[in-house]
Design a protein around this ligand. Structure first.
Ligand SMILES: Cc1ncc(COP(=O)(O)O)c(C=O)c1O
Length: 417
């Protein structure tokens, strides 16, 4: 969440004053947001849910994935990408990422087995996956693509909105996301049959609230209905998102231009799959070694992608321990239908990903950064690179305690993860 204020307060006050706190039959904020966001994405349907985690589960259910199916999941993502597969009864198969820190198309191709039915393309940290390559593999190998765009609200891939290029997309609107109501999420699809299953997964009573139709085949979904407060806040946030993304793209491009000469010292900008259109919530830098990355972040406090504590498969305890559900009989790892699926995980199974992640640095951008703050960031990256790559000792460089990375200045979190 980057900006929140009086407009959100006014929107929530309107909901309170109307006393229409329930989305069906009373309030209109959720429905209005669903229609506006679907139009913004250029898709037919958007279904709000209580969280991005549940949106992902509803997406799996919407596509009919379940026991007997394997879903390819990148080694670097928040654990909900993998646990949502288990919540649908299917098995996540963990696949390497590449230096773009998104799923590696070559590793996807190498990981497809007889039971693979889908790929989760996670657009991490506001960047995008290599969707051309992923869609090509998916079409050739008859796999579904689920876009996890939870960290990439407002972003596009080569001009098309993220979430709408694969078969289905999921978003999160939690506190750390580009557009936020504190919590929230949702599913985008243009498929009329899939959206019915998604809506039933989000609210088993959906058909009662909105009217039964002859073709609906209800099942026991979980409850993850959105609140009118969420809808009201998101309606305000949606008006701002494009300006926020544009400001961050400008900042990212200014920083990349300002540090170009560091290539000769060994610092590289990580590859971007759709630079012109992604969210630019971070500048990604690739150091030659993990040791250099450690020194870099000690000199200029920033984030090592592999060391956030929750975005790497080695931290997904439930998956590594085979605890796919609360009850052993509902645990996909124990289900006879999954007997032939691949479910042997180990902490070193994607060593290549770990090595890349441990030398990839994220420097967060922010839509309210001033020109001076952006200059400070450039200065600090230069200083930290010279220390990290041994060109000077740490005491010899002036690392400004940049206001640019001071989240408290705005009373906001700067990093969107
Ligand atoms: C890539 C990714 N997928 C899914 C989620 C789950 O979203 P939520 O926290 O809204 O459940 C997150 C949230 O951090 C995420 O970053």
């Amino acid at each position: 969440m980057y900006i929140i204020g009086q407009e959100e307060i006014d929107a929530m006050a309107r909901v309170v004053n109307s006393k229409a706190l329930f989305r069906y039959g009373l309030g209109h904020e959720c429905e209005r947001f669903e229609q506006r966001y679907a139009a913004y994405l250029g898709a037919k349907h958007f279904s709000l849910a209580a969280s991005g985690s549940y949106a992902l589960t509803a997406a799996m259910i919407g596509l009919g994935l379940g026991p007997g199916d394997e879903v390819l999941v990148p080694a670097h993502t928040y654990m909900a990408s993998a646990t949502s597969v288990l919540a649908a009864g299917a098995i996540p198969v963990i696949v390497d990422i590449n230096e773009s820190i998104t799923i590696d198309p070559a590793a996807i191709e190498a990981s497809i087995g007889p039971h693979t039915r889908a790929i989760i393309a996670v657009h991490m940290w506001g960047t995008t996956c290599d969707l051309d390559a992923i869609m090509d593999i998916a079409r050739r190998r008859k796999l579904f693509v689920i876009e996890d765009a939870c960290q990439a609200v407002g972003g596009s891939y080569k001009g098309r909105k993220l979430g709408t290029i694969g078969d289905i997309g999921a978003f999160s609107f939690n506190f750390y996301k580009n557009m936020s109501a504190g919590e929230g999420g949702g599913v985008v699809t243009s498929d009329d049959a899939v959206v019915k299953r998604v809506n039933c997964a989000i609210d088993p009573c959906h058909a009662f609230w909105t009217g039964r139709d002859e073709d609906s085949k209800p099942f026991a979904g979980n409850g993850a209905r959105a609140s009118e407060f969420m809808g009201a806040v998101l309606n305000v946030q949606l008006d701002r998102i494009d300006g926020i993304i544009e400001a961050m793209r400008r900042e990212r491009d200014t920083i990349l231009a300002g540090i170009q000469d560091l290539k000769s010292l060994g610092l590289r900008a990580a590859p971007l799959n759709s630079r012109e259109f992604d969210c630019a919530t971070n500048v990604f830098l690739t150091l030659p070694t993990t040791e250099a990355a450690d020194v870099f972040v000690k000199t200029f406090p920033s984030v090592i992608a592999g060391k956030t504590g929750r975005h790497t498969y080695t931290e997904w305890d439930q998956v590594l321990m085979g605890m796919g559900a609360a009850h052993p009989l509902m645990n996909p790892y124990n289900m006879p239908a999954n007997a032939e699926c691949r479910k042997n995980y180990s902490k070193d199974m994607c060593a290549r990903s770990l090595e890349i992640l441990d030398r990839t640095i994220l420097v967060p951008t922010h839509p309210l950064h001033t020109k001076q703050e952006i200059e400070d960031i450039i200065h600090n990256i230069k200083a930290a690179t010279r220390v990290a790559l041994g060109h000077v000792k740490s005491g010899e460089v002036d690392v400004r305690q940049a206001a640019a990375v001071d989240a408290t200045k705005y009373d906001l979190k700067v990093v969107a993860w």
